[in-house]
Write a protein that binds this ligand. Structure first.
Ligand code: AKG
Length: 329
């Protein structure tokens, strides 16, 4: 059994085996809202590494889809040549972040009409990296989603995460955005086993919901990855704070990958500041708003140490929290 004082120590070989067994048995009756990929009987789980070098590609998106795809390809190649094993792209990397753009740039992944997705698969394979392909507008059965595709080092798509919490906000005089005008929400959380570790995938606004990240931590994820595009109102105050909050809530690694900031006058100005945070809420790497690639070396064994030092998971008083859902409504 996992030690009560060390419930999260997924880095130890024994814990890894137990976690694997427990997750495999859970596959028989998975919770309908949780999608766990690459865990079929014929696809053995990749061995979780103890360390991984990640690259957060803060790309400048333009109205030219071809150009955006090419920019992504080049960044993936550069990141791999600098030793990154896991490469992450920003939210809506192939189009301007605007409700009017989503239907125009959308791709039908199931229908095979998806040049951006094909390019990502090829780039992952050519550079032999695990790729979390930011997000793009996906068209499926008459609906549009904000979708993140994850690829293995052979270019095979391991998972698709559809943004579950849509960005519908109104801060008068500052920012009003209603993603639900054109997009539909996804209905599942996405845990992906990759050569770079067990990943929990969210998109931007998903970061604001602590329960979302908590489920991923409970599922043994090592790293929470959020392609995201915060804005000039919430970015300065909430971006790093939220990354640190999710990291410290769950004693887990968190990384956020933003687009670079478009010039003043552009329809949407992203905050930038792509950032990786460790399980003690320490900023491991960050940047400003310019196009760049942020690299971070993650040592997953630190999660076990943090959780041993401060075993908050085992100390939780779930007996007192049962009304959280009712109170939240
Ligand atoms: O939560 C925020 O402040 C920004 C979220 C956002 O931009 C998004 O979900 O696309």
């Amino acid at each position: 059994m996992l030690s009560r004082l060390n419930p999260y120590n997924v880095a130890s070989p024994v814990a890894k085996t137990l976690l694997r067994q427990s997750l495999q048995s859970r596959l028989c009756c998975p919770h309908p809202s949780l999608t766990t990929r690459s865990m079929s009987k014929d696809a053995p789980l990749p061995t979780a590494p103890e360390r991984v070098k990640i690259a957060l590609c803060q790309l400048l998106t333009t109205a030219d889809k071809e150009k955006n795809i090419q920019t992504a390809r080049e960044a993936i190649k550069t990141a791999a040549s600098n030793g990154a094993k896991l490469v992450v792209l920003p939210e809506m990397f192939n189009c301007p972040y605007a409700n009017e753009s989503f239907p125009v740039y959308a791709e039908d992944i199931d229908g095979g009409n998806c040049p951006s997705v094909d390019a990502l698969a090829q780039a992952a394979q050519q550079s032999s990296v695990t790729l979390v392909g930011g997000s793009l507008p996906e068209r499926s059965q008459g609906k549009l989603y904000n979708t993140c595709c994850v690829f293995d080092t052979k270019g095979k798509m391991l998972a698709r995460h559809r943004k579950t919490h849509l960005f519908d906000i109104d801060i008068p005089g500052k920012i009003t955005f209603k993603e639900s005008t054109n997009l539909s929400p996804g209905d599942s959380l996405t845990v992906v086993d990759t050569e770079a570790g067990r990943l929990g995938i969210g998109i931007c606004y998903d970061l604001r919901f602590p329960e979302f990240s908590m489920v991923y931590a409970q599922q043994g994820c090592q790293l929470l990855l959020f392609p995201a595009a915060f804005n000039m109102t919430t970015g300065p105050v909430h971006w790093e704070l939220l990354a640190k909050a999710r990291a410290i809530d769950n004693q887990i690694f968190v990384a956020l990958c933003s687009p670079a900031r478009n010039p003043p006058g552009a329809g949407y100005q992203a905050w930038g500041h792509s950032t990786a945070v460790g399980p003690f809420a320490e900023v491991l790497a960050t940047c400003d708003e310019q196009p760049t690639i942020v690299y971070a070396d993650l040592d997953f064994t630190q999660m076990g140490e943090r959780r041993r030092n401060m075993p908050i998971r085992a100390q939780k008083r779930f007996d007192l929290y049962s009304q959280v859902e009712a109170l939240g409504r």
